[in-house]
Design a protein around this ligand. Structure first.
Ligand code: PLP
Length: 462
């Protein structure tokens, strides 16, 4: 399987190359040259099978030619053995034709574990094979950092440097990162906000000399390895509700557009998806884009669902590329316009093709809170605020196919918002109770790419 850049000016790479580079050198994102197909017979054979079997069947199509199947199988099994539910990602019925797909039974109780646990193993395997080391840098507003640190703590060939805004993540989120003891893990608290952290990471990647010198790699949601791993649960859930004989619908709480793009990829691979619905909070750039055709950056505001508080949905570039039928120069023109003036406008054909595949809805803060209270009253289930955004949008979507809302975090990850909405403070699962007493370790650095660079070059010693 070959991977091409959405901007058309970077080398064509194999799976390992695309995974280890993260961002293409022309600034674009990697996509498989064609989407591999999962035939009707293959789908039938996967019905009722464990999650790891489905994951292996899907992922092996993308890793073909790079990762031997026996090695992939071991990594898939190890990745999903870290989940604390026999169904890995259980599907729960909430109402007639309404379902939740619980993606939060991994080590850090957010859906990012699903992809990160596999990606960490694939990266470590690939680096070992190539006998080289990598430095992985990432910025986090909360969930990504914890999931990456848990997943990479036992790796042998990469050092992980995670930047979080000092004093601006929740106690649980910070402790999930700073209590992990491993020589491979370095927590950096930046004296600044999340945008500052992201700007530093971008500056490091754009410094091509530094990038090559340390073997810089990224694990944020634009890494194709993460999208690949997220395609799996669309198939897994649909098979339980009758695929390939019946189409199902999905609603996806959306920020950086990685998760919902995986849904489109599943569809392109032959899964019958009726409606694919993008749900946003009041940071609604995706909802506005679908309604108006114009992708326009406005200010970010803080909500109860912070992992979706985003200005730029990076993975949308992949959809722009597909909607423009692989016209990389159109993508480059849009991205240049975005950089220059903070917006771009889709051409009519591209917008129509996007509207044919996706619907969207945005949820206000009040509606999110009401949804948490209402669902608790009706079903006894506590939703986290991200999932509640999705559930609210899903409930307003009229369809005769089963609607599956992706549940992206455990409610205990956002106890303040949940308690405020419904009066009940969700408890952390017992296995995480050590978090609040374990010793923490992190280094505070000023808001300076140069300082972070020096820290990385000294391998995390000051
Ligand atoms: C990251 C995250 C999202 C957004 O997912 P994207 O792939 O960035 O669209 C939604 N909910 C939670 C809890 C998350 O951590």
């Amino acid at each position: 399987m070959k991977y091409i850049s959405t901007r058309g000016e970077a080398a064509v790479l194999d799976f390992e190359g695309a995974m280890l580079s993260g961002l293409a050198r022309d600034g674009g994102l990697y996509l498989p040259e064609t989407f591999p197909q999962v035939t009707r017979d293959e789908q039938l054979a996967l019905r009722g099978k464990p999650y790891a079997d489905v994951a292996f069947a899907i992922c092996s199509k993308f890793t073909a030619g790079s990762v031997p199947d026996a090695d992939l199988r071991k990594m898939v099994d190890a990745a999903y053995a870290t989940f604390h539910h026999p169904a890995t990602t259980p599907l729960k019925q909430m109402a007639p034709n309404q379902y939740l797909l619980e993606l939060f039974h991994g080590p850090t109780i957010a859906f990012k574990d699903v992809a990160m646990q596999l990606l960490a193993r694939l990266m470590d395997w690939s680096l070992a094979k190539q006998k080289r080391r990598a430095v992985i840098v990432g910025a986090t507003s909360g969930d990504t950092g914890g999931a990456a640190i848990d997943a990479f703590q036992h790796n042998q060939n990469a050092s992980l440097f995670i930047l979080h805004p000092h004093g601006k993540v929740s106690d649980v989120q910070r402790r999930q990162m700073t209590t992990v003891k491993s020589p491979a893990i370095h927590n950096i608290a930046i004296e600044g906000n999340f945008d500052d952290c992201q700007a530093i990471v971008k500056a490091l990647f754009n410094d091509l000399k530094f990038r090559d010198e340390v073997g810089l790699a990224g694990v944020n949601s634009i890494n194709w390895g993460r999208i690949m791993a997220q395609i799996v649960y669309y198939f897994y859930a649909a098979l339980q509700l009758g695929a390939p004989d019946r189409a199902v619908s999905f609603t996806v709480p959306t920020g950086n557009f990685g998760n919902v793009f995986a849904g489109l990829a599943a569809k392109r691979m032959g899964l019958q998806i009726d409606r694919l619905v993008i749900a946003t909070n009041s940071n609604d750039i995706m909802d506005r884009t679908l309604k108006t055709g114009s992708y326009t950056i406005t200010g970010v505001h803080a909500t109860q669902s912070p992992s979706m508080d985003i200005q730029v949905s990076s993975n949308f570039e992949r959809l722009v590329y597909l909607a423009n039928k692989g016209n990389a120069s159109a993508v480059r023109a849009h991205m240049e316009s975005l950089k220059q003036s903070g917006n771009f406008t889709l051409q009519a054909d591209a917008l129509n093709s996007i509207r044919n595949e996706f619907e969207s809805g945005a949820t206000s803060e009040a509606e999110t809170a009401t949804t948490i209270a209402k669902v608790l009253q009706e079903t006894g289930e506590l939703l986290d605020p991200h999932t509640a955004v999705g559930y609210a949008v899903a409930s307003k979507t009229h369809t005769s196919s089963p609607m599956i809302t992706l549940a992206t975090a455990h409610p205990a990850k956002f106890p303040d918002a949940v308690e405020k909405a419904c009066g009940i403070r969700p408890n952390l699962p017992q296995r995480l109770s050590h978090l609040m007493i374990a010793p923490e370790s992190f280094t505070i650095l000023s808001n300076s790419a140069a300082e972070v660079k020096a820290f990385i070059l000294s391998d995390g010693k000051r």
